[in-house]
Write a protein that binds this ligand. Sequence first.
Ligand code: ATP
Ligand code: MG
Length: 393
Amino acid sequence: MRCAIIHYHELALKGRNRPYFEQRLVTNIRLVLRDLGIRQVDALPGRIRVVLKDETSWNAVNERLKRVFGIAHYALAHSVPLDLARPDLDGLKEAVGREVAPLSFATFRVSTKRADKRFPFTSVDVDRDVGAHLCRLTGKKVSLGRPDLTVQIELLTKAAYYSTKKEAGSGGLPVGISGKVACCISGGIDSPVAAHRMMKRGCRAVFVHFHGRPYVSRASEEKVREIVRLLTQYQGYSRLYLVPFGEIQRQIVLGAPAAFRIVLYRRMMLRIAEELARKERCWALVTGDSLGQVASQTPENLSVVQEAAQLPILRPLIGMDKVEITEQAERIGTFEISIEPDQDCCSLFVPPHPSTKTGLGTIRKIERAFDLVALVKQGLAQAELAEFSFPTQ
Ligand code: ATP
Ligand code: MG
């Protein structure tokens, strides 16, 4: 049988959460592989098995599994039946021999794990027995330190699985086990990385983007759609709210001193995002703020902005610098999209000297001149919803 054997970090699984974690991971894997001709995905003791059809492309499966959070490592494996009543390793030795013989390597080792401890041989017995067979067959040497090839063997109750190439998974927790969060996404470099970090901790991201139409083109919206499409590969399904913000900004420009505009924009964004978050049953808002990066991200301004929302605001990049964030964006694949030129609402009506130490009292006084409830309503009324799925069919 040809399959993928998938391992998760045992450490991530504390007590009663374990079945929930496993079940969610199985569901997420099923969803992401659904168009690739998979026979079944099931939870075996301590690992997950994906049974592949003969014609299923391993490359395609591999590409997909790389982006599933909650996976520590995995491998393309084959199996031979094992019978606990009459256990013998001949079938396994032969099969591993056939698999390994055509590969090119100088040194190797065999590494066995026994999920079912009732077998009359230990893991080390299996390592030795299969290893000796491979030495005879190939003439190659065993190296326990840094072998060219490691043959992994896993003994389960009814079958032994063997594989020769371990792939690193992306770690983290399966998307969905940490609830939903609303991610404010701008089309810049930072906010997609922030969303990705929260997905990696098991959150499903709902995206909210504020665009400057009718005062600017659709460029920022198109960029954000493309970023969300890419990030959807990590969570299978996404919702993106596109909120027109140009008119709200114009009203702020007309009614407030220029230096405070940025903080006022941010507070309005959060109020609207919070309403959408509640509608979507999100437990938190997420931004790509990094301390001190720009005027809106000074300690004082972050505090004043935060005060506009009741839900927790998560800022997963707060302690990272631009170089680190950029590296992550490149790894995820969003960097190339983020650096395309655009004009989002942030580039509209930006004052030359924004206040970097805004006091809450000052802002509250200025906001008294506005009908905040009406502005929020206006944003919500015009919000458009876009949905994304991966795989697309
Ligand atoms: P980014 O690279 O994410 O745009 P930035 O360094 O440009 O970040 P700001 O423009 O100050 O920083 O934005 C800080 C955060 O506010 C962003 O990371 C994002 O979460 C949110 N934000 C900014 N502009 C928008 C927008 N147009 N729509 C939604 N969220 C936004
Ligand atoms: Mg920005």
